[in-house]
Ligand binder design. Structure first.
Ligand code: FAD
Length: 495
């Protein structure tokens, strides 16, 4: 094998959450097998938002050998069991998308079929009562349970997470260079990236470059013009204002997503403060009105100046192009409703490590990476669009636009299948499993017209026993759980 052709020099451009997540994982996994350099500019800074996550991050940290309590102390993290959605189906309604499983599935049919049969037989207890994580969240309870029986994620300060990972990555051999990338130099023959040229003309050469420069996408778009698919016609919000407030009550183990007439508002409680943000569609709400709305619906006085952000929901057409891989916001962004951005970073980093070329970059690897990453993004997109499309809200031009918009065929199939039969299938390792789809589809107002006949196989007393047993297990377990905030304080050693 020709040694010269080996990918040894990996250069990461950008040191936000994406850059340092990539550096930490690559340095820890490959160690001295690669020569890893990260360039970032303190003067440019990072986007400074991104606080709510989903459960796979727990595994990412485990994979990197991170001690959870250390991580939570360093990032001021709390536990997250799901998202409470207010005013999405209709003003005045709410539902919860939890991370757990609801009830007990049979191999032939999900629990929702048995619950629907129960309802037809007069059992009125809500679907929510059968989900441990959901009941625990709304009760403000949390604990680690044996066998990972409590499925959770974190609410964290992503800037602190990047700093925490930086310490790890540097210890594991990553070289950090402070400086502003002024120019990206292409190889005249191959068209690949040859080097990053910093202000002052310092050159950083590499074999492969990870573009973690955020929305700027300096390498993948600025230099290589990989192209962008705009998804604004499906995800119309394009603006956000973020600010932080003190905690006026103990932090709860869930994120809130409160719809308003031109978008929605988040509230994310960390240990030491809360993150707040208004997401909106600038066609229907101007900046001043958006700020006024946000300031009118926060708890406590703001701790920070408002951070105004603009974005375009959509994806880079090629996530990996030539010798450049886009990771993080440079690869695309779908608005933060289901907290999926940091997860997409994680997926891209792990995928990249799995497909690290042995010699030259292989076109097959690139195609595989782009297919897999693209599929993740489309599946997440469909799940997000569901929240806007399926609603009874028609009280504003924004919601009427959402109700009227054409949606991807893949989503139509999922919605209509569930509406007709109560069935939902997880395809191709899709991120959001059946439980998520069922909770959100029912929460947004879809009433399935039928359910699987297997549910009717149960005698009335068997059905009653099944439902009562699951509810009992959930409520007994939750009753014994500690308060979330007390558990976090103890776990992180603050008590
Ligand atoms: P950035 O943080 O922007 O980092 C870019 C890096 O590139 C910086 O280090 C910068 O200095 C460097 N850089 C740029 N140009 C140059 C240059 N010329 N020279 C040198 N360095 C340069 N995600 C979630 O998972 N959960 C959430 O709840 C969530 N909420 C969000 C809310 C909003 C409104 C938005 C917009 C995003 C949200 N995200 C969320 C996404 C999340 O913020 C990002 O995915 C995450 O922070 C990663 O950002 P990044 O590292 O790609 O980019």
């Amino acid at each position: 094998m020709n040694e010269e052709k080996h990918v040894r020099r990996i250069v990461i451009a950008g040191g936000g959450t994406a850059g340092w997540m990539a550096a930490a994982a690559i340095a820890r996994t490959l160690g001295p097998a690669v020569d890893l350099t990260l360039v970032e500019s303190e003067a440019i800074g990072t986007i400074g938002v991104g606080e709510s996550t989903i459960p796979p991050l727990v595994n990412y940290n485990r994979l990197l050998g991170i001690n959870e309590a250390d991580f939570m102390r360093a990032t001021q993290a709390t536990f997250k069991l799901g998202i409470l959605f207010d005013d999405w189906k209709d003003v005045g309604t709410r539902y919860f998308h939890s991370f757990g499983l609801t009830g007990k599935d049979h191999w032939s049919a999900g629990f929702q079929h048995f619950w629907m049969h129960g309802r037809a037989k007069g059992h009125e207890q809500p679907y929510d009562d059968y989900c441990l994580e959901l009941v625990a969240a709304l009760d403000g309870k949390f604990a680690h349970l044996p066998d990972d029986r409590m499925n959770y994620a974190y609410q964290l300060d992503s800037g602190l997470y990047a700093r925490f990972l930086r310490r790890m990555a540097e210890k594991d051999g990553t070289k950090r260079i402070e400086g502003r990338i002024g120019r990206v130099e292409l190889d005249a023959e191959s068209g690949d990236i040859a080097a990053l040229v910093l202000d002052g003309d310092r050159r950083i050469e590499g074999d492969i470059f990870l573009d973690c420069t955020g929305f700027r996408a300096l390498l993948i778009e600025g230099a290589l013009h990989a192209g962008f698919d705009d998804w604004t016609h499906w995800l119309p919000c394009d603006s956000a204002i973020a600010l932080q407030t003190p905690n006026v009550r103990p932090p709860v183990p869930y994120t809130r997503a409160m719809a308003h007439d031109a978008g929605w508002q988040w509230r994310i409680p960390l240990q030491h403060r809360s993150g707040n943000g208004l997401v909106y569609c600038s066609r229907y709400l101007d900046r001043d009105a958006a700020l006024e709305r946000l300031l009118g619906n926060i708890e406590g006085e703001p701790l920070t100046e408002p951070n105004f952000l603009r974005f375009t929901s959509g994806v880079r057409r090629r996530q990996w192009y030539r010798n450049c891989v886009a990771i993080g916001l440079s690869g695309g962004f779908m608005e933060p409703l289901e907290s999926t951005s940091i997860h997409l970073i994680q997926r891209a980093v792990l995928r990249f490590v799995r497909m690290l070329p042995a010699g030259r970059v292989s076109a097959r690897d690139v195609a595989e990476f782009n297919d897999q990453q693209g599929q993740d993004m489309e599946q997440i997109r469909d799940f997000l669009v569901l929240h806007y499309k399926v609603t009874n809200r028609r009280d504003s031009a924004f919601w009427r636009q959402c109700a009227d918009m054409p949606i991807p065929d893949s989503l139509t199939q999922k919605i209509e299948l569930f509406r007709e039969t109560g069935r939902v299938f997880r395809r191709n390792e899709e991120l959001f499993a059946e439980n998520s789809w069922v909770q959100v589809m029912m929460g947004q107002g879809i009433e399935p017209q039928s359910y699987h006949p297997i549910a009717t196989k149960l005698r009335d007393d068997e059905l009653e026993k099944l439902l009562a047993t699951i509810r009992g297990q959930v409520s007994d377990t939750v009753a014994k759980l500690p308060e979330h905030h007390a558990y976090v304080a103890r776990y992180c050693g603050a008590e």
